[in-house]
Design a binder for this molecule. Structure first.
Ligand code: ZN
Length: 177
């Protein structure tokens, strides 16, 4: 299966807002398969949101698998966070911000520790569950993507500038090599 292209910051496509999914038919199922194939085919990739991918119309979908052996695929469609509890401040990286092109870039981001999520699965069945810690952080990161945000948007302007400079410098170095 052909893998989808992961957009790299500051690609304008990363600012798109995802479109609500209403048709869970064949074409949509094929897209979900392709998203999973892209996720599993990308090293150290825990999750992907449709807006991170080179798609003409990004639907409100994220694919996640936090297991070490790729045995826990999870697809969230039209997901929203309906309750939040507590706080965590952990390191985050992003496939669209350096990580996929060999520039591992990370920063601490404040997130809710625990969230209640309402969503649909890939077939349109309703989901309603609590997630916490790393899982909660990951879902919050992906849902940001589907609203056109990257984790850099949570940082202070000083931290953000520092990271952007590092990214730009490393990219130039990659091109020179
Ligand atoms: Zn990301």
């Amino acid at each position: 299966m052909e893998l989808l292209n992961i957009l790299e910051y500051p690609a304008p496509g990363l600012k798109r807002k995802a479109k609500k999914v209403t048709d869970f038919g064949k074409q949509f199922q094929a897209l979900v398969e392709q998203m999973f194939a892209t996720k599993y085919g990308t090293e150290s990739c825990a999750a992907l949101a449709a807006t991170q991918l080179d798609l003409p119309d990004a639907p409100h979908v994220t694919v996640i698998d936090l297991s070490r052996d790729n045995t826990a695929p999870m697809c969230l469609v039209n997901a929203e966070i309906v309750e939040r509890e507590g706080e965590q401040n952990e390191e985050e990286g992003c496939m669209s911000v350096g990580c996929n092109i060999g520039i591992p870039t990370h920063a601490k981001v404040k997130r809710a520790y625990k969230i209640r999520v309402k969503a649909q699965d890939r077939f349109g069945n309703a989901l309603d569950f609590w997630a916490e810690e790393y899982f909660a952080k990951c879902i919050q990161h992906e849902l940001d993507h589907l609203q056109g945000k990257v984790y850099l948007d949570h940082l202070s302007s000083i931290k953000r500038e520092r990271l952007e400079k590092k990214l730009a410098k490393e990219k130039t170095r990659l091109i020179d090599d």
